[in-house]
Design a protein. Structure first.
Length: 468
């Protein structure tokens, strides 16, 4: 018998999908390892269709009937199931629970929930419930309350795993709206993997393209992690050319790199080269980085605010003096040529045999890039702002934000992607928006083509691996 028992749950739309999964965290049961909940069913089917999930049809005839009903706006229910209700799928070592938004009686539910290739007559029924005992010891208990058909699936011998108690914040802080919630608790056998692969995650996919997708990740407790980090607005930067992608940093970069969660995920060679705590600890908040695509290849530019502890801009002379001295010491340690002065408070430093970087100091700012003409254009400040007003507001709400145009096969226009990430206590939150979104017909067609190409190569429609 498998160590994790599969559970299918469908609930009414009165509660949000995340709350449907959260109810499965009980004090007398081990925590679920996987959960998926969507509400309403009709919109979930539309989303699945756009991803090509049902391009080969349903596995069971009754599921195909449900899919067909959900696709037809004139149909409100099929076999007593309300297609405007919500569903959930949960699995865990302690068994499972299922609930359908169902208007039928216990007899109808028994026919619906009968194990595959078996008749509904296999149920043992009394006034309140029906029970099915499989040959391998799996017990199915079914109840109906007039609005829901509830199924419990569990091994005859209860699991000895630890109780879960309350649902985690990563799940509870997902929106309570129409959409899909996903919960994944990594296997305990992944103890040697980096923290990022061992941390429980909760994912939210809204059915409205105007709302962002979210990922919440539970982090190991850390006493120095801010409960509510202070985020600095990004610098205002412009240049003649429009960036291909822009990233903003609202907190000091060392506060991110020294977090145990990030440190554990870095290669050992990188961890060893991180500087000791000192004067650079507060640098990075407000930084803006942009990439450009040109005839000679990609270029990267950055603008870094340099301020006193009181928040006043540091003089250009002071920034130049400290920066040039620090780079001279770095180049000596590397055995590389010393920085070359190329203008007033500007220098060029060799990074590799084929690549160099230009740095220039200004009042309260340090400008950097690998193309001198573009650095000079950035300093002059003429041209198009790197960030729109909406992107500035987004950056002010996230410790790290990114904006990019990504080409998608079969899509005639670039897909604009907006990302935001940050921590609040021991919870990391990542948000993403796409324009056009998943509901766009052209995006849906491109995703279906992507899914079909994966299936043709013998892979799943989506690059997604579920826990064992």
């Amino acid at each position: 018998m498998p160590s994790i028992v599969f559970s299918l749950g469908l609930s009414a739309a009165m509660a949000g999908p995340a709350q449907d999964i959260a109810r499965e965290f009980r004090s007398d049961m081990p925590p679920p390892a996987f959960g998926l909940a969507c509400s309403p069913i009709r919109q979930a089917v539309q989303l699945a269709d756009s991803l090509g999930s049902f391009s080969s049809g349903a596995v069971r005839p009754e599921l195909q009937l449900l899919l067909d009903a959900a696709r037809d706006p004139s149909v409100e229910q099929v076999d007593g199931i309300n297609v405007d209700g919500g569903f959930s799928i949960v699995s865990g070592p302690g068994g499972a629970t299922a609930s359908l938004p169902m208007n039928g009686d216990l007899q109808a539910a028994m026919a619906l929930f009968a194990p595959k290739s078996k008749e509904a007559s296999g149920w043992t029924k009394d006034a309140e419930q029906a029970v099915w005992m499989d040959e391998d010891g799996i017990v199915r208990t079914l109840t109906v309350d007039g609005q829901h058909a509830r199924l419990q699936v569990a091994p005859s011998a209860p699991s000895q795993g630890g109780a879960s108690g309350a649902a985690p914040d990563a799940l509870l802080r997902l929106p309570d709206e129409a959409g899909c919630a996903l919960w994944v608790e990594p296997s305990k056998r992944s103890g040697e993997a980096p923290t990022v692969l061992r941390s429980p995650i909760a994912v939210w996919i809204p059915f409205q393209d105007s709302e962002p997708m979210q990922i919440n990740m539970s982090l190991p407790a850390h006493r120095d992690r801010a409960q509510s980090p202070s985020i600095r607005a990004p610098l205002s930067v412009s240049s003649a050319a429009r960036p291909h992608a822009v990233m903003t940093l609202g907190v000091p970069i060392m506060s991110i790199l020294r977090d145990p969660f990030v440190l554990d995920s870095l290669p050992p060679a990188v961890r060893e080269r991180l500087p000791e705590p000192g004067m650079i600890d507060d640098l990075g908040a407000g930084m803006v980085v942009a990439t450009f695509m040109g005839p000679s290849g990609p270029s990267v530019l950055a603008a870094l605010p340099i301020e006193t502890d009181a928040g006043r801009p540091v003089s250009a002379r002071r920034i130049w003096k400290v920066t040039s001295r620090a780079l001279e010491e770095v180049q000596v340690r590397r055995g590389a040529p010393p920085p070359e002065r190329i203008g007033r408070r500007a220098l060029q430093v060799q990074v590799t045999q084929k690549h160099s970087a230009v740095l220039q100091a200004a009042r309260g700012r340090l400008y950097m890039g690998n193309v001198r003409s573009q650095v000079e254009s950035m300093i002059e400040g003429d041209g198009e702002p790197w960030l729109t007003p909406d992107q500035v507001r987004w950056s002010e709400d996230h410790a790290v934000a990114a904006f990019a145009d990504a080409p998608l096969p079969s899509l005639s226009i670039p897909l604009s992607i907006t990302l935001g990430a940050g921590t609040e206590g021991n919870l990391m939150n990542v948000k993403m928006m796409m324009d056009p979104g998943l509901q766009d017909a052209e995006v849906a067609a491109a995703l279906r083509a992507f899914a079909a190409s994966r299936k043709a190569r013998g892979k799943t429609a989506l690059p997604l691996t579920l826990p064992e």
